[in-house]
Design a protein around this ligand. Structure first.
Ligand SMILES: *[C@@H]1O[C@H](CO)[C@@H](O)[C@H](O)[C@H]1NC(C)=O
Ligand SMILES: *[C@@H]1O[C@H](CO)[C@@H](O)[C@H](O)[C@H]1NC(C)=O
Ligand SMILES: *[C@@H]1O[C@H](CO)[C@@H](O)[C@H](O)[C@H]1NC(C)=O
Ligand SMILES: [Zn+2]
Length: 262
């Protein structure tokens, strides 16, 4: 076996040498890997209107209240929605919005499962819904996997390396995030500081065949407040108030406003 081991070692070395983003400085916007190498980044114009993006980002925020006992301002305010936009770009006004396939929200504490970030929870939920024999789609496993290639994942914050990788393995058509990793860091959130675009640009072989459109910091002006208070003793998000060390939905204010705007 030593010979085949050497061949593998050489292959691996070749792969790592040809990864063009090797050693990039992710804080340097002039570095090509920062804006995403081969990925279809926001340098290409977004075919959908901002109002559509804002609608779905607000739905990702709304997923927080719909899951996990309904707090609109949980500690881990990572919510996601997965949308079918394939009819949107060509469609009429009604079809332009797209269709919700599933939502998800960070459920680590509820389920005792560290992988259940909002994005993974949403992907798990969509897989369950797409393959449910009594559901609207009734797809086989392979059909559900290829269906993900038509879908767009919206998330209230930039995906961590685990979730970015899951989005790549899913071959999603689009990935839209709101609050960025540097912003989360500036609020003291523990992070593995590798930007999503770097993970995408380092994906090679079959994985780089998908061209995922990445849109960053969409509606960040409405999601940043969800992450700003936890480590800074800051104000609760709009519609919420302090209770103990956490934030809860305000009893007397119009906490429902944001959801009603949907
Ligand atoms: C997405 O929409 C397209 C066009 O309406 C449809 O053909 C496709 O089956 C949909 N996929 C899913 C997973 O809903
Ligand atoms: C799964 O998504 C559906 C449709 O968006 C939603 O009604 C449901 O609450 C979600 N379930 C979980 C566990 O997130
Ligand atoms: C956030 O910014 C968008 C677009 O710039 C705007 O439409 C929206 O009203 C803003 N939200 C708030 C709460 O100011
Ligand atoms: Zn994650």
């Amino acid at each position: 076996m030593p010979l085949s081991f050497i061949v593998w070692a050489l292959l691996l070395l070749r792969l790592s040498c040809s990864a063009e983003s090797y050693g990039c400085d992710l804080y340097d916007p002039s570095n090509p890997c920062y804006t995403g190498g081969r990925v279809d980044s926001d340098l290409s114009p977004d075919p959908l209107p901002f109002s559509t993006r804002a609608y779905w980002m607000r739905r990702a925020i709304g997923a927080l209240a719909d899951i996990n006992e309904g707090s609109p301002c949980p500690f881990a305010a990572f919510g996601a929605v997965i949308v079918n936009h394939t009819a949107s770009e060509i469609g009429t006004a009604e079809s332009q919005l797209g269709q919700e396939v599933c939502i998800g929200a960070n459920s680590m504490a509820r389920d005792g499962n560290p992988t259940l970030h909002g994005e993974i929870a949403a992907i798990n939920n969509c897989s369950r819904i797409l393959t449910d024999p009594d559901g609207p789609y009734k797809l086989s496993g392979p059909e559900a996997l290829s269906a993900l290639g038509d879908l767009s994942l919206y998330t209230t914050a930039e995906a961590c390396p685990m979730c970015s990788s899951a989005i790549i393995y899913g071959g999603f058509r689009e990935y839209i995030f709101s609050t960025s990793i540097p912003t989360l860091r500036s609020y003291d959130w523990p992070q593995i500081v590798i930007r999503s675009r770097e993970i995408f640009s380092r994906s090679v072989g079959r994985l780089s065949a998908h061209r995922t459109r990445i849109l960053g910091e969409v509606l960040a002006n409405e999601t940043e407040e969800l992450f700003r208070w936890q480590f800074a003793d800051g104000d609760c998000p709009r519609g919420c108030e302090k209770e103990g060390s956490g934030c809860v939905k305000s009893k007397n204010s119009d906490a429902g406003t944001r959801r009603d705007e949907l």
